[in-house]
Design a protein around this ligand. Structure first.
Ligand SMILES: [Zn+2]
Length: 475
């Protein structure tokens, strides 16, 4: 929806005092830090967020198929983080961590909660320091209804504009990333007279179910007459009803996924070309990343947001491109977390650090001044329910616990990069060594939740519910 910052948001019904913490903090900030002082020499920041993009299906992350020539070129001229791990295996908790620098723990998957007004978000922080802010999103999960619009002067949920008949014809598919790029560029062109630098957030969905082939773009699909047509419904029905899928069926879906990745990469190239044509590329820090991966039947499932927190769910790309300001072609092998993204961006562009962030700035590493600090623990969880699966990842271990099923896992890295050999029983002491910090982390999240609301309640309307069903989030 189009957001007019001068009008109260139609979906925000929280009492004024609930808006308190971030407003208070930003008010204090505004009183002591004139806007222009911060932003005068600051670069633009564009966040190109590709939903459901696992790193290992990108050529610059070693994939054998050339799915990502545009991103490869950005990485060759910029900085690539080889091991960014998201804080959840689905959109809302992971995006909340990226946009607040805080651990997840706000969302349970029921779509009955929203990022609390008192959360301090990237857009609020950039805005308070003199940036123009705009967000264009294709996922209802990161819409205004769920609190993700806070801080954006302009926020559009493009998916809300897809005609219902058209949507039915397209079997639930919304817009592709090319439309997102067009909308964002139209905004950019109205923005040119504004002397402020901008923060622009683009959230695309191409690799997310449902899948379709994109004629004229790189494709790896073979002639196929099996039961899977790339729709969310068919994919999940096949799993629910245990259809006897063959490897040909599964590979067909992987091929479709790769085609969507390649199409999205093409759209990223359109954005880069448009920035160059407008003379904006040099003064723009372009950030490419994803909120989570996708299991492509690596184990027993196609999709995300289920119980697994293995690497195919959490390892996502993170590439920074800022011509002349970063070491070209630098690849950083250390473990990084979604919560580190915002602290890193703030330091790189010269804005003050975010108060109360759980993540740390990796700006020094990004500048080539040494490696990513060792031993940063990457926690992840599915949701905030007491029995939701959770995991701890370090450079040496991946430790997993699912209170709902009683399943526990210990995988030794880097010897077992695919996380296949569960050594929980054989190495009980090593498991306890990792499980202790994991339990303490879950306790910390619980204490935080009890200390103050990090989520506000939200009621679902039928249209939003329909969108969430199409994406497979509600069944
Ligand atoms: Zn997502």
């Amino acid at each position: 929806m189009f957001m007019d910052p001068s009008q109260p948001s139609p979906n925000v019904d929280a009492a004024p005092w609930l808006r308190s913490a971030s407003a208070l903090l930003l008010g204090v900030l505004g009183a002591c830090a004139p806007e222009s002082a911060d932003a005068a020499s600051a670069p633009n920041v564009i966040i190109w967020l590709v939903d459901t993009l696992r790193a290992d299906h990108l050529s610059c992350y070693g994939y054998e198929r050339p799915t990502s020539p545009q991103l490869d070129a950005l990485a060759a001229d910029g900085v690539l983080f080889e091991q960014l791990h998201a804080q959840s295996n689905w959109t809302q908790p992971s995006m909340a961590s990226i946009f607040t620098g805080r651990w997840p723990g706000r969302f349970d998957g029921g779509f009955e909660s929203r990022l609390a007004e008192q959360s301090l978000t990237a857009a609020e922080w950039f805005s308070a320091h003199g940036y123009a802010t705009a967000g264009f999103v294709l996922s209802v999960a990161v819409g205004e209804r769920f609190g993700f619009a806070q801080g954006f002067e302009r926020f559009e949920e493009l998916d809300a504009h897809v005609d219902e008949r058209e949507r039915t014809k397209r079997q639930g598919r919304g817009y592709d990333a090319d439309v997102l790029v067009q909308r964002a560029l139209a905004w950019l062109d109205t923005q040119r007279a504004d002397e402020r630098p901008f923060l622009l957030y683009l959230h695309s969905m191409d690799p997310h179910l449902p899948h379709e082939a994109h004629p004229g773009f790189p494709s790896w699909t073979q002639p196929y007459d099996g039961p899977l047509d790339g729709t969310t419904t068919t994919t999940f029905t096949a799993q629910d009803e245990a259809w006897p899928l063959t490897e040909i069926d599964r590979q067909h879906m992987r091929d479709l996924y790769d085609g969507e990745v390649a199409f999205n990469d093409h759209c990223l190239g359109q954005l880069v070309d448009a920035l160059t044509a407008r003379g904006l590329a040099r003064d723009t820090l372009l950030v490419v990343l994803s909120d989570h991966g996708e299991e492509l039947w690596d184990r027993s499932f196609y999709g995300h947001g289920h119980d697994s927190l293995h690497h195919e769910m959490t390892r996502v790309p993170w590439v920074l491109h800022w011509p002349g300001r970063l070491t070209p072609g630098l690849r950083l092998p250390g473990l990084a977390r979604g919560v580190d993204v915002l602290p890193t961006l703030l330091e790189l562009v010269g804005l003050p650090a975010l108060p109360e962030a759980d993540g740390v700035s990796l700006a020094a590493a990004a500048r080539g001044d040494g490696p990513i600090p060792r031993d940063l623990p990457a926690f992840s969880l599915r949701g905030r329910r007491r029995d939701d699966p959770r995991a701890l990842r370090t450079a040496r271990t991946f430790c997993y616990a699912n209170p709902r099923t009683g399943e526990q896992g210990l995988y030794l890295l880097p010897d077992d990069p695919d996380e296949r050999a569960n050594l929980r029983s054989e190495r009980p002491r090593a498991f306890l060594h990792a499980a202790g910090p994991l339990s303490r982390w879950v306790r910390l999240l619980r204490e935080r939740a009890e200390a103050g609301p990090e989520t506000d309640a939200v009621a679902l309307d039928p249209a939003t519910e329909a969108r969430l069903r199409e994406l497979g989030y509600l069944r």
